[in-house]
Design a protein around this ligand. Structure first.
Ligand SMILES: C[S@@+](CC[C@H](N)C(=O)[O-])C[C@H]1O[C@@H](n2cnc3c(N)ncnc32)[C@H](O)[C@@H]1O
Length: 468
């Protein structure tokens, strides 16, 4: 290995919002006011500022930015994108051991993963690469990180996202987390904003701080559409700011990539946007939409970016339609939705779901609901949706009595996808209650949790995954 000076601290970015691991910890309720947090390798400290702004007691240490700060215990310890910047494997292992020793309840570890960033042209160094800025990056395989965490802690980690794991000291904490996640419980992160110190306190404002509102606008666009914007997709005010600061649009994009856009969230946004576009196009084809041939310039750019060409996009959308034609695939997707707590399977294996949660379904099921709504029209009021792919029917139950604690209905709208027609029924003998569906969902979640106890591995042996 040739001699290279690695500047690890240069990897620490300015953040205006929480990092992905901290954001996940907040959304899953692990980090909240009343819980102590220690950020091991806290970089410039923006996560700490954002946590403090939301009333969470959080401190951190960093060998470059906060070398004098004491290394404290914390109920939750974050080791965020640190292991991947350390070029020495022994020191890397020490950092992990050090962070784990301080975590009294949960250690959250995040790294860059293989494939997150192109490495063409980067110089190989040890088991990673050095960049033009003199930083080191190791890109982990998910399984490699998992093995490293298991080896150090003796505990099997729980995957939160690609490259992000949590190690729970107590099985009870892990179970609480798993149950809440399956139920789809998510807390909001909106109170967590990094209020950076006033400009005067900083000797020379960094570019990202000088054009902070432009960086925010570019980051918001990128995280919504999973791609970077073209100049004409941004408000004129942004161009005025850049002109006043004498910064080109390309430079602003670069600053956003370095300091404003979290790579993990960006990749996730791209995946979601791709699926949204496919569902949209599949429904366009199915419904013979008259406007499908005239997408807006922004959508054309999305398609080109995410699929390469209109033709490839069309072909993939057709695959979605084939999935619709195969009820078994839909049934499997429904079972997955029920197992994750999104809805409930009734005795005939039909999925019943609250209309507010339809957007969280897998693409093939969203297509299914979308086809039905095309025939029936949207229903403004809260309703339940029952999917019955084997009989190619979808039934909507518009709920009355929203102010009451127990919304219910005896009206049903059954859409027959085969006959391309629908029937509205009011039957005073059949009363559908939302509370019953929730009871059903609880029971099917319980069943799926119990099934998690026994997952068969490849050899046909039964492996116990959940500690009780
Ligand atoms: C990519 S930054 C991540 C900073 C912060 N956790 C975040 O997510 O914004 C990596 C940080 O690791 C710090 N670092 C380098 N070697 C370390 C070590 N041995 N132990 C802890 N932190 C280290 C660097 O100083 C740098 O601030």
């Amino acid at each position: 290995m040739t001699n290279v000076t690695v500047h690890r601290h240069r990897t620490a970015m300015v953040r205006h919002t929480l990092s992905q691991p901290m954001s996940l910890a907040v959304r899953h309720g692990m980090v909240r006011p009343g819980v102590t947090v220690f950020d091991y390798g806290c970089g410039q400290g923006d996560d700490l500022r954002a946590l403090a702004a939301a009333g969470v007691e959080a401190v951190g240490w960093d060998p470059h930015f906060a070398p004098e700060a004491p290394r404290h215990e914390g109920e939750i310890v974050n080791l965020g994108f640190v292991l991947n910047v350390i070029e020495d494997p022994v020191e890397r292992a020490d950092a992990l051991k050090g962070a784990w020793a301080l975590a009294t309840r949960v250690l959250i570890v995040s790294v860059m993963i293989v494939g997150a960033v192109p490495v063409d042209g980067l110089r190989q160094f040890g088991d990673g690469y050095v960049t033009a800025r003199g930083t080191f990056q190791k890109y982990f395989q998910q399984a490699e990180l998992k093995a490293m965490l298991t080896l150090t802690s003796g505990i099997e980690p729980v995957a939160l996202a690609p490259g992000i794991f949590a190690l729970f000291r107590s099985p009870e904490d892990e179970q609480d987390f798993l149950l809440d996640r399956r139920r789809g419980c998510r807390a909001s992160t909106s109170a967590y904003r990094a209020n950076r110190p006033a400009r005067a306190a900083v000797a020379r404002p960094q570019l990202a701080d000088r054009i902070a509102s432009a960086v925010d606008a570019i980051a918001n666009f990128a995280l919504e559409r999973g791609r970077l914007p073209h100049p004409d997709e941004m408000e004129p005010g942004l161009h005025d700011l850049l002109a006043a600061e004498r910064v080109s649009f390309a430079r602003a994009i670069e600053a956003s990539r370095d300091d404003g856009i979290d790579a993990g969230l960006f990749a996730q946004a791209a995946t979601e946007r791709r699926e949204d576009l496919l569902v949209h196009q599949a429904l366009n084809i199915l419904n013979r939409s008259r406007t499908a041939a005239r997408p807006s310039p922004a959508i054309v750019r999305d398609i080109r970016h995410h699929f390469g060409s209109q033709q490839q996009f069309g072909e993939q959308a057709l695959e979605y339609l084939h999935a619709l034609a195969d009820p078994q695939r839909t049934v499997i997707a429904m079972r997955r939705a029920a197992a994750s707590g999104l809805g409930a399977l009734d005795e005939d294996e039909r999925l019943v779901i609250d209309s507010k949660r339809v957007s969280e379904l897998e693409g093939v099921l969203r297509c299914y609901v979308g086809c039905a709504l095309y025939l029936s029209g949207d229903i403004e009021q809260e309703h339940l949706v029952r999917l019955d792919p084997l009989r190619r029917r979808t039934t909507l139950f518009p709920l009355a009595g929203r102010r009451q604690p127990f919304p219910e209905t005896n009206i049903s709208i059954t859409i027959d996808l085969k006959r391309q027609d629908f029937v509205v029924r009011t039957d005073s003998r059949v009363l559908v209650r939302k509370a019953d569906v929730f009871g059903m969902a609880r029971r099917s979640r319980q069943r799926s949790l119990e099934e998690q106890h026994r997952i068969t591995n490849g050899n046909g042996e039964v492996k116990v995954l959940v500690r009780t």
